[in-house]
Design a protein around this ligand. Structure first.
Ligand code: NDP
Length: 497
């Protein structure tokens, strides 16, 4: 039997070895979930929200426990998984507020004269089984956070957390099933990519968060069965700092956005472009702050270990290659010599876009900073990337920041801030270019888990035969042509002139 060896990234020791599932088990779980889903859909949004509210309380009561598990298996400091459990509450509150309205049938008045006498209603039906596949950097948010709107929509959900750190997700699913005794419409599948692939085959909708390479594989596989997908993929997010900005705040923000969760944030700053006139002050402040960051996993630490061991080699390779090509390390730059997966918080300057550290996702504690002449050069370089997840701008005033935001190719732009969009469940979060297809949160984050069904009815008594139906005659064709001119023509062309 295949097993998953779950390790403590902080020291490399084994937490536990857990049995992995196989493709046959995925099919069994999918079948069970589909069975349970029928009743779940029938109880309607009101009935489902009763359980979601109970689960909200369970998540609140058990937040510390979940955080402890996520810290241990992720090598993370307490604040990071705490952010996850907090954002889960935001997501629940938002969908409790909007779901009854969004999921209710909607009457639509047709705008064309052709719709006279008709009555249109748009209904929402859930995809019966949603497969949620998540990455390891925010294991709870990227699985439970997407499962919640899918459940609210009336779907059953199979979660496939990363094999690296699935234990917090297992516990969160246990809470749903055992502690609150909710209907068995949520389950978890344990395993690596083969289990994820089997889930893509089994699901009616796939919600995926992970790397661009795996996202492509998922999209190709799902295309075989025309299964819809929503893909939240990697990023290489830029921060732009311009003359007149609040440089103290910009520097603190750069360090937070670059090193939060040890740089393992899809929307983390991975490139910084600073106007030459404020460059020296900005860099001095950033370096001083980064030097003060404490690596460790106790409650006085700022930066933890790298969650996924292979990430250490990627981070190391990006830094080494940049240095070989002429970059300078202002602080950090090396692995930390202790058991576990540790790398020093690192600041690089004299970097350019020929270097992997400026083009590929580093996903670690490295902040490369580039000196630019002006806003135009900053925008050009920020957009020179295959990614387009989010970005931040610090400018002389919010008006200038907002004008620059319009020119950036990204799914979200924060002005004078880092991922300010993330605390607002009312707005969509999705990437441009290779950073994704579709989005999560907001109304779309719920409605994407549903099909629409339009019922076209009528309020007017209908004749035995319709004018559009057979027989086709020249007289009717002339009548239709004249009616079309009358409806769609403007000015004299209405009369055929
Ligand atoms: P991966 O792409 O390696 O894995 C993501 C998930 O897909 C894991 O559960 C993985 O399983 C699973 N998987 C692997 N192969 C397949 C397959 N063939 N079919 C289906 N599923 C498969 O990503 P990471 O776990 O490394 O996560 C980090 C990435 O996620 C970064 O690129 C980051 O930017 C991105 N991300 C994007 C976010 C966004 O909102 N845009 C948010 C957070 C992260 P296993 O791990 O067991 O191999």
């Amino acid at each position: 039997m295949t097993t998953l060896k779950i390790q403590r990234p902080a020291d490399g020791t084994l937490i536990e070895e857990i049995p992995a599932h196989d493709a046959a088990h995925v099919a069994v779980v999918a079948e069970r979930l589909r069975d349970a889903q029928r009743e779940w859909e029938q109880i309607g949004p009101k009935g489902r929200l009763v359980w979601i509210k109970r689960y909200r309380k369970w998540l609140l009561d058990n937040a510390d426990h979940l955080v402890e598990i996520a810290m241990e298996e992720g090598g993370r400091v307490r604040n990071e998984p705490t952010l996850e459990t907090t954002l889960l509450q935001e997501i629940i509150d938002y969908y409790i507020r909007v779901a009854p309205r969004l999921l209710a049938p909607k009457s639509v008045r047709g705008s064309s004269p052709l719709t006279f006498g008709k009555r249109y209603t748009v209904h929402r039906s859930p995809f019966p089984l949603v497969g949620v596949i998540g990455g390891w950097n925010f294991p709870l948010l990227l699985t439970i956070g997407d499962a919640l709107p899918a459940l609210v929509a009336g779907a059953a959900v199979a979660l496939k957390p990363s094999e690296v750190n699935p234990r917090a997700v297992v516990e969160a699913v246990r809470g749903w099933r055992e502690d609150i005794g909710a209907p068995p419409v949520l389950d978890v599948l344990l395993g690596a990519g083969d289990v994820g692939a089997a889930l893509v085959d089994a699901a009616d909708f796939v919600q995926f968060t992970g790397s661009v390479a795996t996202g492509r594989r998922v999209a190709v596989r799902a295309a075989e069965s025309l299964t819809p997908v929503s893909l939240e993929l990697g990023g290489k997010d830029p921060l732009i700092v311009l003359e007149g900005a609040n440089i103290a705040r910009a520097a603190n923000c750069a360090v937070y956005g670059g090193f939060a969760n040890n740089g393992q944030v899809c929307m983390g700053f991975e490139r910084v472009y600073v106007q030459h006139s404020v460059y020296d002050e900005f860099v001095d402040r950033v370096v001083a702050k980064v030097k003060s960051l404490r690596s460790g996993v106790d409650d006085r630490s700022d930066v933890g270990a790298l969650t996924h061991p292979p990430q250490l080699d990627i981070v190391d390779r990006h830094v080494r290659e940049a240095v070989d090509k002429g970059a300078r390390v202002l602080t950090g730059g090396n692995r930390i010599d202790r058991a576990g997966t540790w790398f020093e918080p690192t600041v690089l300057v004299d970097v350019d876009h020929s270097m992997a550290v400026m083009r590929e996702e580093t996903f670690g504690p490295v902040l490369p900073i580039v000196r630019v002449a002006d806003a135009d050069e900053a925008v050009r370089l920020a957009n020179d990337s295959e990614f387009g997840l989010s970005a931040s701008v610090f400018a002389a005033n919010t008006g200038e920041g907002e004008r620059i935001a319009e020119r950036l190719e990204a799914g979200a732009v924060s002005i004078d801030d880092f991922v300010a969009n993330m605390v607002c469940a009312d707005v969509p979060q999705g990437g441009w270019k290779s950073s994704g297809v579709g989005s999560r949160l907001s109304e779309t984050g719920l409605l994407k888990f549903t099909h629409t069904k339009v019922v076209a009815s009528h309020w007017m008594p209908l004749p035995a035969n319709d004018i559009f139906w057979f027989p086709y005659t020249p007289a009717r064709r002339r009548l239709f042509a004249a009616a079309a001119r009358l409806i769609h023509g403007r000015g004299p062309s209405r009369l055929g002139l």
